[in-house]
Design a protein around this ligand. Structure first.
Ligand code: GLC
Length: 544
């Protein structure tokens, strides 16, 4: 138990950790007015500290309850954002349990934006945690855990026990004066796809909560332990798989409509890796816990090897694929998945800088989706799925391709868009996902928090600052839209909601991360030294 569980954190941190914090602060180049703030701790220092040091590492008292108490002049948008975030809060029998996806009073067409989405709540939760308000996060984690228990089926087919809801709503009975929860596991969603990402986000959030509060009692409850195991049992079961990556249907994550991301999408693989590592730090090695831990360890090993080798693309790798032979048979094959060089799209040759790289969108049999996806690449950095060199290369590419990937509004969900015949075939003629709109190359302000986390992790906060400046010049004025359209992200999205909660919360998280980079510990994992990178060095990597 001692070596794997999350530890309660003390009010001091180790030397190496202080170095990290100081480095980050120096890099941030901001007035160093608040040196003694609440801190997140890395794995190492957490396991070094005994749980007797402090029952609660982070005291709610030593964090500001609102940005107004910041020691330097906060941007006026911060106060507005906090107000809007609080307006979106949802209560169940008097307790806060989440935030609505959007509170857009400008339209009657609510669709399901009046629900609490698991993935959408993550930035809200992080903002609350960073502000010392952990109750709403705890209630959310517990309520969604209860929902996991409910029966879920599509027609006559029953879904796996571990599936977490995509969203839920609180329905109030005014006559009986009672609240009850109604969840959607994909059985009413467009396309009837279960949200594979929800369970992963749930585990990631449980760790963030534990890190932030130092409260181990939640993650150690039999209910939470069981919840984690149920989620993971869906992914760790043995079957027909020949790859350690997770096979998915289109639309099972943030991109929840058909966009040609079926197979092994990077977003899911990065979240899977991160969730496995978070679970490893929280699971108790008792009973079936030990077996689960063993399975996780093996899977992590295989998954990081697979991802770092086969999903990684840089100039050198692109050139290698360009020269691939096909139809190779046997163990000695170089082109293991039989990717046809002719399937490399033209744009990628121009897009790829000599320095820089990224994890491609998808790798499967004779299938390589060369599109760049923001979320998967940022989560790869946060979780250390990317090696330090790969993380640097991802940031290099982002700087190099700033106009394409950031343009006038951070951040493109993917690049480039699908057009014409390809759009017709791949999206099934989806009118919402037309070129440079929505999931098809649209720009999503919520991704700012993940970009900022990646920037801080790689010691490049100045990139995040540039992105925040862009957001601050428009987001509030445009009423916090869900997404922007166009090659540069200049236009408010065709069907974008206004007052989209995760656009609001994402901004707050980015600001608070920049203000106090030690918050990064909540959502970042240190490099796992046991998993040695096995990839070849390429031209885009700094020479050692
Ligand atoms: C859209 C997005 C999805 C999000 C939901 C609620 O369906 O594609 O990622 O969770 O809206 O905001």
């Amino acid at each position: 138990m001692e070596s794997v569980g999350l530890r309660a954190v003390g009010s001091h941190c180790s030397l190496s950790e202080m170095d990290d914090l100081d480095l980050n602060r120096a890099l941030l180049d901001r007035p160093r007015l608040k040196i003694e703030r609440k801190r997140s701790f890395d794995e190492r220092s957490m396991s070094e500290l005994s749980r007797h040091d402090s029952p609660r590492g982070r005291s709610v008292l030593d964090t500001p309850l609102s940005s107004a108490r910041n020691s330097f002049e906060p941007h006026p948008m911060m106060a507005e954002a906090w107000e809007a975030l609080r307006r979106s809060m949802v209560f169940f029998r008097g307790l806060p349990v989440g935030t609505l996806a959007a509170v857009d009073n400008t339209t009657d067409e609510v669709l399901n934006y009046d629900q609490v989405f698991v993935r959408d709540f993550v930035p809200s939760a992080l903002a609350f945690l960073m502000n010392g308000e952990s109750d709403i996060v705890k209630h959310f984690l517990l309520k969604t855990l209860q929902l996991q228990d409910s029966e879920k089926r599509v027609d006559r087919f029953k879904l796996g026990k571990g599936v977490m809801p995509a969203s839920f709503k609180v329905s109030h009975d005014p006559i009986r004066e009672t609240d009850h929860l109604v969840a959607d596991f994909g059985e009413t969603a467009i396309g009837r796809v279960a949200p594979v990402d929800s369970g992963f986000w749930w585990i990631i959030l449980l760790r963030a909560y534990t890190k932030s509060t130092g409260d181990l009692t939640l993650s150690e409850t039999p209910e939470c332990q069981k919840g984690m195991k149920l989620i993971l049992s869906l992914c760790l079961a043995e079957g027909f798989d020949t790859f350690p990556t997770l096979l998915c249907a289109d639309g099972c994550s943030m991109i929840d409509r058909r966009m040609g991301v079926y197979g092994y999408p990077i977003e899911i693989q990065a979240l899977f890796y991160m969730a496995l590592r978070c679970a490893l730090s929280m699971l108790k090695p008792d009973g079936d816990g030990r077996e689960c831990i063993e399975k996780i360890t093996k899977r992590l090993h295989a998954l990081s090897f697979h991802m770092r080798n086969y999903f990684w693309l840089d100039y050198q790798q692109l050139n290698d694929i360009y020269r691939y032979k096909t139809e190779e048979y046997s163990h000695t094959a170089v082109n293991k998945f039989n990717v046809m060089p002719d399937s490399i799209p033209d744009w990628v040759f121009d897009f790829m800088p000599l320095r820089g790289g990224y994890f491609v969108g998808n790798v499967g049999p004779a299938h390589m989706d060369f599109r760049w996806f923001a979320l998967g690449n940022c989560v790869s950095i946060m979780s250390s799925l990317a090696t330090p060199d790969q993380s640097m290369a991802i940031m290099d590419l982002l700087e190099h391709r700033w106009d394409e990937l950031v343009g006038e509004m951070p951040l493109k969900i993917c690049y480039p868009c699908l057009e014409g015949h390809e759009w017709r075939i791949v999206t099934g003629c989806d009118p919402k996902n037309t070129r440079w709109s929505y999931h098809n190359g649209g720009s999503w302000p919520v991704l700012l928090w993940q970009l900022t986390a990646a920037c801080i992790k790689t010691g490049r906060p100045q990139i995040a600052r540039r992105a925040v400046d862009l957001i601050e010049s428009r987001l509030h004025r445009d009423c916090w839209p869900e997404y922007y359209d166009g090659k540069l992200g200049r236009y408010v999205g065709k069907q974008a909601r206004k007052y989209q909660t995760w656009s609001i919360a994402g901004y707050l998280v980015a600001k608070m991360l920049l203000e106090d980079p030690s918050h990064i510990g909540m959502i970042s994992l240190e490099e796992d030294k046991l998993m040695k990178p096995v990839i070849k060095r390429s031209a885009s990597w700094p020479q050692l």
